[in-house]
Write a protein of this length. Structure first.
Length: 253
């Protein structure tokens, strides 16, 4: 078995373990791969935290937090309108816990969600600082996937798009391939810069693959949002860089 094949096998096992909520038998061994053993134990630890259904994000001992705490627990925040926009027009806007909050807090809701619903839930996860969901909904072959889960959580925690208010995730299209295991979702992410109050947006076409019954975010292609006027080369290049950074912060872990 090649090294890449072996790595994919182990990462797929992680994803299945994470989504099922199961824990490996005590003493579980992967012969001769001590580093991967440690990584599996770390993934198990994160899974246990999520499956315990803790509302909010637990602060790390001795670590300084630059971001905001989770705002998705019980209380007024849970009844606020969901940041994703509730999936459509004004009549369809739903409270957080009746929309993306269900996916964040209930593994069964996540497993039965459509690719579009996972896109909106990932968008909302940045607004609500649901870091465990961002990790859990990421495909093992996504370029942002990290074997060191604790370090990955810290990086997301420090770069959770705090300078922007996420106002709406607009789904443009969803296409599920014939194999029923791959899907493409095109969406427009809307946001407002907190200091300048400037409105901005980016469009992305995301690729999802189904593992363990749930759709996981594998990769995305950044595009110009509909109706945007083209600029000259210099400004266009700069705008492209800014949009790609925004997309990586929101759509990718």
């Amino acid at each position: 078995m090649s090294r890449d094949h072996f790595k994919m096998t182990v990462l797929t096992f992680w994803a299945l373990l994470f989504l099922s909520g199961l824990e490996p038998t005590t003493g579980f061994q992967l012969p001769g791969v001590s580093t991967i053993q440690q990584q599996i134990r770390e993934r198990q630890r994160v899974t246990t935290l999520y499956m315990a259904k803790k509302f909010g994000t637990t602060a790390k001992s001795g670590a300084k937090r630059k971001g905001r705490p989770s705002t998705s627990g019980f209380g007024g925040a849970a009844s606020d309108t969901c940041p994703c926009g509730g999936g459509g027009g004004a009549a369809e806007k739903l409270p957080y816990m009746k929309c993306c909050g269900k996916l964040h807090k209930n593994i069964l809701e996540f497993q039965k969600a459509t690719p579009s619903q996972v896109v909106r839930a990932r968008y909302t996860a940045y607004a609500k600082r649901e870091i465990d969901f961002i990790i859990k909904s990421t495909h093992p072959l996504n370029k942002a996937f990290e074997a060191d889960i604790q370090h990955w959580r810290q990086q997301i925690d420090l770069n959770c798009y705090d300078n922007f208010e996420l106002t709406k995730c607009e789904i443009a299209s969803e296409e599920i391939m014939d194999d029923q295991k791959t899907a493409l979702v095109t969406f427009v992410a809307h946001m407002i810069q907190r200091d300048s109050k400037e409105k901005t947006a980016f469009q992305e076409t995301s690729t999802f693959e189904k593992i363990g019954g749930a759709w996981l975010y594998k990769e995305g292609k950044i595009e110009e949002p509909p109706g945007r006027e083209p600029k000259d080369d210099d400004h266009d290049a700069e705008a492209g860089d800014n949009n790609e950074t925004a997309a990586e912060d929101v759509a990718s872990p």
